[in-house]
Structures are given as C-alpha cells and as structure tokens.
Design a protein. Structure first.
Length: 183
C-alpha cells in the first residue's frame, strides 16, 4: 500500500436503511435495537448458565460457598461467550472512508491548534521522521506557513531546519546529577 499523497480525513457513514435509532454508549454510537438484542441474549445466557451451574455444583461440591464461586465463574464465562457470539452475528454498520481534506479545513485545524494553551511549537522541535511523515501527507507546508505567520505576528524568527533523508541518530543518554538529586 503506497503512502497517501495528501492529507486525508476519516469520515463515518452508514448504509441507507430504514429509520435507525442510534444511542451513545461509553463514547460509541450503537444501534438501539441491536444493543437491546445483545443485552437480552447476554442476560438469558448468563442467568441460565448461572442457575444451571448452581444446581450442578450444589450436588457435586460439598462446600456451599465453593459451589457459589464456581457458579459465578460459569455465569461470567457464559456472559463473555454471549458477547462474542453477539459480536459475530451483529456486524458494525459503519463504513470508514478516507476523504481528501481541502487546504482551508487543514489551515483551520492548525489555527485552532495554535490557539490552544501550548500552541504549535516549531517544526524544528519535532523529530526528522515526523517531519518526513508530515511531508508525505502534504501537511508540512501548512505547518510551515502557520509557523511563519506566527513569527510574523509575534516578531520572532522562523526556524529553517532542513529535513535530511538520513535516519536520525540516537542521542547519547544524559548523565545523572553528581549529588544524586533529581534534575
């Protein structure tokens, strides 16, 4: 797979179907009907396994507390198995597609990043490998322009560090202070 030639933005779409109800659960968007089915399957399978295991272990194990512990383990394992089965049969409906982002939206995001508390920093601050990746994605020039604009507005010099094609060498480890204290 060749590296992307321009910046891309992932977008999420769904296939057109009947009216679907989506809910947000733990930071993810799920289909309400499928969530209800999965909860019902997990509850039925887990409770059935728990009750069956209790009946079995009460007859086989002499200690009642040990029988309860084994039954709970079987119930938990059944719930996990139900989750795997539901995950197999209820497939995700989302399709993640990569759409090319236009220069205006890229510059808008960079502007938002620069307005945050710590700002953007400079291109000289990032490793050469990261600079190469920015070039491959077509983002290096956008960050360089934002850095130049920031330098123009704040009257500070722009870093003009060229990106070499050679792999970055490892920096020597720093020495600990002689007094044994923290640096």
């Amino acid at each position: 797979m060749s590296p992307p030639q321009s910046a891309t933005t992932p977008t999420t779409t769904t296939e057109p179907t009947e009216q679907q109800t989506y809910l947000e659960v733990w930071g993810d968007t799920v289909n309400g009907r499928h969530l209800a089915i999965s909860v019902a399957v997990g509850s039925v399978v887990g409770a059935s396994a728990l009750l069956a295991a209790q009946a079995l272990f009460e007859r086989v194990v002499s200690e009642p507390s040990l029988a309860q512990a084994y039954s709970l383990l079987v119930g938990i394992a059944a719930c996990l198995l139900a989750g795997v089965v539901c995950g197999i049969f209820i497939k995700p409906k989302r399709i993640v597609a990569l759409a090319a982002a236009d220069a205006e939206s890229i510059d808008g995001v960079i502007t938002m990043m620069s307005e945050q508390r710590q700002g953007l920093g400079t291109l000289a601050d990032i490793p050469e490998q990261s600079q190469l990746e920015l070039r491959e994605l077509g983002l290096y020039d956008h960050f360089a322009a934002a850095e130049a604009e920031h330098a123009r507005v704040s009257n500070t010099p722009v870093s003009n560090t060229p990106v070499s094609k050679a792999p970055a060498s490892k920096a020597p480890a720093s020495k600990a202070p002689k007094d044994g204290g923290l640096a």
